[in-house]
Design a protein around this ligand. Structure first.
Ligand SMILES: Nc1ncnc2c1ncn2[C@@H]1O[C@H](COP(=O)(O)OP(=O)(O)O)[C@@H](O)[C@H]1O
Ligand SMILES: [Mg+2]
Length: 212
């Protein structure tokens, strides 16, 4: 499966969710997986480095870095690995567009905020453009960094309804704002290797929708 984590926005959790999906595939499916880091910010690549340097012996995640038009690279990787997880920059980049031409699924985190939701129509347009060449492309979206406080439950539900109303996405369970997601980028771990049952459930929930 070729899975691209993309969005026109930065800072929404693409890199965080992509590395967590890679660890999930590795640990729970015992399947071979490679991360293609196609963002010059190198968040996923740095995470792989931290993972290798971590004192706990964490199973190695394969990494390739490549920028620009990455379709051929993805093709090559898909021949070698069962699963390719691609992390792209937070804009309508060459990397995002070329990955969408070949991916099975694009996964889009959105923060529950007006400025994030404003990018949704242009994201839908990009998906429709890609489908002219790649009709199999699925689109999965989810709310990320939702406020955990009970008083915000209603607001989170409203944002989710708005996301559903676009009628353009398969919607995965919400991910909440949790320290463990920030920590995993620092330690090179996946959330499922750490000690937060709720976050583990969220990562499993997203995986379930991607692999439905
Ligand atoms: N669910 C979450 N809870 C808390 N922090 C998060 C969550 N998802 C992402 N973050 C943090 O937000 C920041 C941006 O996330 P990142 O994955 O780098 O976004 P992107 O790749 O879309 O730019 C990082 O510091 C990351 O640790
Ligand atoms: Mg990123």
């Amino acid at each position: 499966m070729i899975i691209v984590f993309g969005n026109r926005k930065g800072g929404v959790g693409k890199s965080t969710s992509s590395v967590n999906e890679a660890v999930y595939i590795l640990n729970k499916l015992s399947s071979d997986v490679v991360i293609l880091d196609a963002d010059r910010q190198e968040t996923a690549a740095e995470w792989v480095l931290e993972r290798e340097e971590n004192e706990i012996n964490l199973e190695r995640v394969q990494l390739v870095q490549k920028y620009g038009k990455i379709k051929n690279t993805i093709n090559d990787l898909a021949r070698k690995y069962k699963h390719v997880v691609i992390d792209v920059a937070g804009r309508n980049s060459d990397e995002m567009r070329s990955a969408m031409l070949i991916a099975d699924v694009i996964v889009m985190p959105f923060k529950p905020s007006t400025s994030d939701f404003k990018t949704i129509p242009s994201m839908i347009e990009s998906i429709e453009d890609a489908r002219e060449v790649n009709p199999k492309l699925r689109a999965v979206a989810f709310l990320n960094m939702c406020n955990t406080s009970v008083t915000n439950r209603h607001e989170v539900r409203e944002w989710r309804e708005v996301l559903e109303e676009f009628g353009a996405f398969e919607i995965a369970p919400n991910m909440y704002d949790r320290k463990v997601y920030r920590d995993c980028l620092i330690t090179g771990e996946g959330v499922i290797e750490m000690n937060n049952p709720q976050a583990k459930e969220e990562v499993a929930g997203l995986h379930g929708v991607i692999f439905k």
